[in-house]
Write a protein that binds this ligand. Structure first.
Ligand code: NDP
Length: 455
């Protein structure tokens, strides 16, 4: 029994869920594959778009219930859970309104004749998803692929089975036929067997490098396409000419939102030496003002980490960073009591030989680096295995734009923290993965872009 709801605010077991056996997995795959070969997937797009529209309405009507489920299951502050749920409705609505246009044939002027590219579904996909945004991560895969006609078998993280179940129920209630989205409580070995099956045509994964590498290896062996959205070690650049109060406020949110468990969270703060003292003072004060507590209490500003394992990993990382010479400005301790709470923490003085320099800290721990000029910003920002997002704060937009184009990541925001929205592509480079989710780019990842030429 690996799928369990454990409330991280109390560390108490709420419910154990029943795994799916191989026979059930085979039945789910057969149903999904049959659906792919039916007029549902291959025919008129409108019925599929109607499901997305209905799903958006259903989500809007159930925000409180869904948000509370996420908060109890993985510790997200209730207000942030509401935001996540509302974003899911927006994504469903966005594809309902735009997918037909994205999938329309594109003409290609050619000497060989009248030519165009059509977009067709490719078949059953496997989605492997993490717990940090237990609804949004699923919607990023469902909405474009439901519109495109690809049935999805979803393996959610083992610690968010209630969210996984509710999401599947919503898809069904919205009118999707059986097999369009199937939640499976399965092991990594069962995921590997699914990817190997001829009826599966691709896999989308969001999660750790370890999981991404395992799924991509298996998919590569069987020549299946993958998209990977993995970790990040995003920079948050504070230049000497920026609005410092605005930068600090955004930086605190960017590091502590979702208790720091966001792939695009600001993890490395790169601060110009001219504003470093003032930054440290304001940033540390803001961390001191944080109210740690129950994620369901509206006044709480920092909830628990998602699990005791997540907290223990962070404890080890911070201890190691300090033992190798990092300076601890604030925090660095587990909060006494039952839940998986950890103090908001600021580290500086991290040298390149300190393992922390290259590690992603998936929790409320900020690393601060002080630099003397823009060249040093670029050098430090790009000295990372990751390349997901980043932020640059400056009043000189031309200067910020120059830096943004030199930072090796899939996304950069100027004068705001990294964010996400249905119409903007999301994804990274280097060990942060490949492929894009959301926007018009996301819906093109798993379609057959078929060329037709009439001579
Ligand atoms: P994992 O990568 O282990 O979990 C993400 C998903 O992948 C889960 O559904 C997990 O299943 C599944 N998974 C793990 N290994 C395999 C495998 N070999 N084959 C198939 N599926 C697999 O993340 P963790 O929860 O362990 O978090 C660890 C780190 O991952 C974090 O500290 C962070 O660095 C990164 N991470 C990044 C996220 C992002 O948004 N990019 C989100 C979450 C984590 P199961 O739960 O059953 O193990």
């Amino acid at each position: 029994m690996s799928y369990q709801t454990i409330n991280p605010a109390s560390n108490k077991l709420v419910k154990t869920w029943t795994d799916h056996n191989d026979q059930q997995v085979e039945q789910a795959l057969k149903t999904a594959d049959d659906l792919y070969h039916s007029s549902w997937s291959k025919g008129d797009i409108q019925p599929r778009l109607q499901v997305l529209k209905k799903m958006a309405d259903l989500i809007d009507a159930r925000v409180e219930e869904l948000a509370k489920t996420a908060s109890v299951e993985m510790g997200k502050l209730i207000n942030q859970s509401r935001g996540e749920v509302q974003l899911c409705a927006q994504i469903a609505r966005y594809y309902a309104e735009n997918a037909e246009r994205f999938l329309a044939p594109t003409r290609y002027p050619s000497e060989l004749g009248e030519a165009w590219v059509e977009n067709h579904p490719i078949g059953v996909l496997v989605a492997v998803e993490p717990w940090n945004f237990p609804f949004y991560q699923l919607m990023r895969v469902l909405a474009p692929n439901l519109a495109a006609g690809n049935p999805v078998l979803a393996k959610h993280a083992a610690n968010v089975p209630h969210c996984a179940t509710l999401f599947e129920e919503l898809v069904t209630e919205a009118g999707a036929p059986k097999g369009a989205w199937t939640n499976l409580f399965i092991s990594n070995d069962q995921v590997a067997s699914l990817i190997a099956d001829d009826r599966v045509q691709g896999a989308a994964l969001t999660g750790s490098e370890r999981a991404g590498s395992a799924v991509a290896q298996q998919a590569g062996k069987y020549l299946k396409k993958t998209t990977l959205e993995l970790g990040g070690n995003d920079v948050f650049v504070v230049l000497d000419d920026c609005d410092l109060d605005k930068a600090v406020k955004a930086g605190v949110g960017a590091r502590l939102s979702n208790c720091g468990q966001v792939c695009t969270a600001a993890k490395r703060f790169i601060v110009h030496e001219k504003v470093a003292d003032a930054f440290f003072e304001k940033f540390t004060q803001a961390f001191r003002d944080v109210k740690i507590g129950d994620p369901l209490d509206e006044s709480t500003t920092l909830g628990p980490l998602s699990s005791s394992t997540a907290r223990d990993t962070l404890v080890k990382q911070v201890e190691q960073a300090v033992s190798k010479g990092a300076k601890l400005h604030i925090g660095g301790k587990v909060v006494a009591g039952e839940g998986c709470f950890y103090e908001p923490t600021i580290l500086s003085g991290i040298t390149r030989d300190n393992p922390a320099y290259f590690e992603e800290f998936f929790g409320p721990v900020a690393q601060v680096y002080v630099v003397k000029d823009d060249e040093e910003v670029v050098k430090l920002a790009n000295d990372s295995h990751y390349g997901l997002g980043g932020a640059v704060f400056s009043k000189d937009i031309a200067r910020a734009r120059k830096l943004a184009s030199r930072i090796e990541t899939g996304m950069v925001y100027i004068n705001s923290a990294s964010d996400t929205s249905a119409e903007l592509p999301f994804g990274g480079v280097k060990r942060s993965g490949y492929g894009r989710e959301l926007s018009d780019l996301g819906i093109k990842e798993f379609v057959n872009q078929k060329l037709v030429v009439v001579s």
